[in-house]
Design a protein around this ligand. Sequence first.
Ligand code: NAD
Length: 472
Amino acid sequence: MQQHGDQYIGGEWRPSLGTESVPVLNPATEQVIASVPAGTREDVDAAVAAARAAARSWGATTPELRLDHLTRLRDGLAARQAEIAETVVAELGCPIGFATSVQAALPLGVAHSYLNILAEYEFSEQVGNSIVYAEPAGVVAAITPWNYPLHQIVAKVVPAIAAGCTVVLKPAEDTPLVARLFAQIVHEAGFPAGVFNLVTGIGAVAGAALAAHPDVDLVSFTGSTAVGRSIAETAGGGIKRVALELGGKSANVVLPGADLGRAVNVNVGNVFANSGQTCSAWTRLLVHQDQYEEAVAIAAKAAAKYVPGDPTAAETRLGPVVNARQRDRVRRYIETAVGEGARVVAGGPEAPEGLPVGFYVRPTVLADVTPDATVAQEEIFGPVLSIIAYRDEAHALEIANGTDYGLAGGVWAADNETAAAFARGMDAGQIDINGGRFNPLAPFGGYKGSGVGRELGRHGLEEFLQPKSLQF
Ligand code: NAD
């Protein structure tokens, strides 16, 4: 077992100033595989001081110099793809195939995308008698969750550094090992001391101290709505900028005339990927009442192909969920759904057969879910799909928009124009038309309760910039 006692602060690994540690569990074996320091307020102070000390000089570097460093960072991510995937399998329980193709490859793609964006970005423009400069926002606190642990780190840290900001990262308790690996890659890329700092620890201690720190200029947070709200409140008091990427309850709307089989099959794959632990997952499938039973049958058949199992095996499509708390929560939601009248057509709340160890849940499809049912309103963060019937397009739109969230969605129709017209009415930040694939250059973020701000692409870079105008 690896027992780590250090934090990455000011360009070096330093002993943590606290004595407590956080155990890291393998969700498939329930074994403790490592421990990392539970960072203290003093660790956070040291990391923010290092970031502050580096902020002015890093902020004054040329984009070309930042590009050189970020190119080495990208190369480091490329060189460590296998190690990244294995680490995410061990601490998240994500199947090795998905870990390789998404958990390791996506952050590499995103890091690569920022090389092009940075090379082309105009950091100043003439507006009448003014020159408007895009200056770095300053010291950034990045607080990340465990579900796409490296992607969420890269989606914040890389554009922040590209913008000329310095960063203190507090990764999720469950997945600190890939964050430590990222810190090593940053170190090997030769960034000046203090540009990137890592403090592992408990959210309520290290995370809260970082989010409230008076010397932090911008807090970029991804995680639960409850924590996002408290971070926004604290940041408001401190006049800090915040970017929040919170949860979702995204709707996939299948309009009459669409390819129902494809739409339902893609939806099942979408919800079961990463054991349903995806903020943008289409957890509500909306189908016309005349096609309802057909859609339910297709979904049940598709779900049968997802058998939970050992995430290290190449053929496994569904691993455990991240921890015991999450497993219990997902099962409770399924029980609640049944109590509210839903029909279980695949899976269910019971433990999956033949898996006495590991935080496994049965991939579940629920039919006869009403739009206001608990499972149709609250984020479950597990492999659970709710199928909801609608009467007509207006009803479908009302249901799609009828939650507190507004992160993502899908629309399927006989043609792209019809689907796009429907999507324009949806209160959500990114919507896939007839199965349009994920685009890492497109802005990612939520309407309504799903958050504030956008990540990825040019929009993601601009989150970390602030304008300054000089008049002549
Ligand atoms: P969380 O919001 O508690 O944790 C996310 C990050 O915030 C972690 O790094 C955590 O240490 C930190 N944190 C926790 N409390 C904090 C505080 N008071 N101040 C500052 N930082 C703090 O999320 P979770 O408990 O890991 O997951 C709970 C639920 O959140 C999930 O079931 C899911 O619904 C949702 N979630 C959403 C996303 C997403 O991508 N939008 C990701 C993970 C979890």
